[in-house]
Design a protein around this ligand. Structure first.
Ligand code: SF4
Length: 280
């Protein structure tokens, strides 16, 4: 029986379809964050609720930016002496890296060699974006290099699970003629005693990454639709995982009493895992 109070309007046009959601750029930092907590991703990137980062971390980021800039200038054959004269630590770090990895820092015959090489892979409603600090391509292999300017290298196991280690070769394999087995990613931890960790890549890893990306981005799409259509916020991570204890949004999420908020907000806002690639 039709409702007495809300009769359908016979000539009412059908409801217009929701406008398509605009594509979202997804970096390795976003993927790491999504894997930790969808709600935190919403707060930081959709609601823009980030607060200023700590002065010490600001300093580290500035140093990292300078190092990347210098390495890029060096790649382009531009003079770097002035920059080095002004910063003794930077000078030491670059010299140490050149000494430790002469085959990387001094050009050899190759097809392509480019600093700050960026690539984007369109994945349905998402743009998977990567920036390689240095890409060296020869006929039969493609080597990605990444300068890590933070002091404490992560363990190999932890780095292998990081989305940077997974996304960087994945995007290259999907956007080039190279098969996974021809691709590698090497991290160089710069400083007075530079050290490196090299990750080879293969088809099994590639397909696993495709599977995991599909899963994560399908979840993200569903969460975006629910937020957009029904105003349902992104899901929170289970408290038992332990991430909330050090999260700056713990009070907002009612995961700690309000009066502890100040303690939590004193924690670093941006963990090293969620730092975006340095844009030069
Ligand atoms: S407090 Fe917990 S649930 Fe809330 S954003 Fe942080 S990690 Fe996610």
């Amino acid at each position: 029986m039709k409702s007495k109070y809300f009769p359908p309007a016979p000539d009412a046009p059908p409801a217009p379809p929701s406008p398509p959601m605009s594509p979202i750029r997804i970096s390795q930092g976003h993927l790491n964050l999504l894997e930790t907590c969808f709600r935190k991703y919403q707060y930081l990137y959709l609601d823009q609720l980030g607060s200023p980062i700590e002065p010490e971390q600001q300093e580290n980021l500035a140093w990292g930016t300078q190092f990347h800039l210098l390495m890029q200038q060096r790649e382009l054959g531009l003079p770097v002496e002035v920059l080095l004269q002004e910063n003794a630590e930077l000078d030491r770090s670059v010299s140490s890296l050149v000494q430790a990895a002469p085959h990387i820092t001094n050009p050899e015959a190759c097809t392509l060699r480019e600093a700050e090489h960026s690539r984007t892979l369109t994945w349905e409603n998402y743009l998977l974006s990567v920036i390689y600090d240095l890409l060296i391509v020869t006929d039969d292999r493609a080597q990605i290099f990444d300068w890590k300017t933070y002091r404490q290298p992560k363990t190999r196991d932890r780095l292998s699970r990081n989305w940077q280690t997974r996304l960087y070769p994945f995007v290259l394999a999907e956007t080039s003629d190279f098969v996974p087995e021809q691709i590698s990613l090497t991290y160089w931890f710069v400083g007075s005693r530079p050290d490196s960790l090299k990750f080879s890549y293969n088809t099994v890893q590639h397909e696993q990454t495709r599977h995991d990306l599909t899963h994560l981005l399908t979840q993200l799409e569903a969460a975006r639709i629910q937020l957009d259509r029904d105003r349902i916020p992104f899901p929170q991570v289970s408290q038992s995982k332990g991430f909330c204890t050090h999260c700056e949004f713990a009070a907002r999420c009612q995961r700690i009493p309000e009066d502890e908020e100040n303690i939590k907000t004193a924690n670093l806002l941006v963990s090293l895992d969620s730092i975006e690639e340095i844009q030069l």
